[in-house]
Unconditional design. Sequence first.
Length: 169
Amino acid sequence: MSDTHSDEALAAGTPAPAFSLPATPDQMVSLDDLSGKPVIIAFYPADWSPVCGDQMALYNEILPEFHKAGAQLVGISVDGVWCHAAFANDRKLHFPLLADFEPKGAVARRYRVYREKEGIAERALFVIDGAGIIRWSFVSPLGINPGADGILEALEALGAAAPAEGNPS
C-alpha cells in the first residue's frame, strides 16, 4: 500500500525481459549482447543524486569482484546519454550506464520497477544468469544505498556451477 517502493519487481525464476538501450549517443547495449555470463542490472533513480553517486561509486570500486565472478554490470536510469556521460566521467565509472530515456522508463516498466508518480526507476537490483533468468532481485528504499552484499551472495550462488580450476588465488 505504501508508494515508497514497489513490491512487484520481477522475482527470481522469471525470464529477464530483453532490452536494448543507448550507452552513448552511437552505441546500444542489449541484454542479448551480455548473454552467456551473469549480468547485474542496477536500476537507480537519477545521476547526480547523493545516494546514487555513492551506490555507483561502490559498485565501481568492487567491479573486480563482479568480474572475478564472471559478471557484467550495467546501471540503468531514466537520465539521457549525455547526463550519463558527464556523471560517469566525473565519478570515473568503468561500467556502462544505460539511458532508459525515451520512451521514458520503458525497461524499468518491464522489470516492474518504474515509479510512475515520480517518473524515475526504483533503486532495484537484479542478478541474471547466463541463460537470461533472474536469479535474485531486490528493491531498496530510494534513500538507502543497498550496498553489494546481496549481489555478491547471488553471484556466489551462481558460481557454484562455474568451474574455478586453473585460477590460483
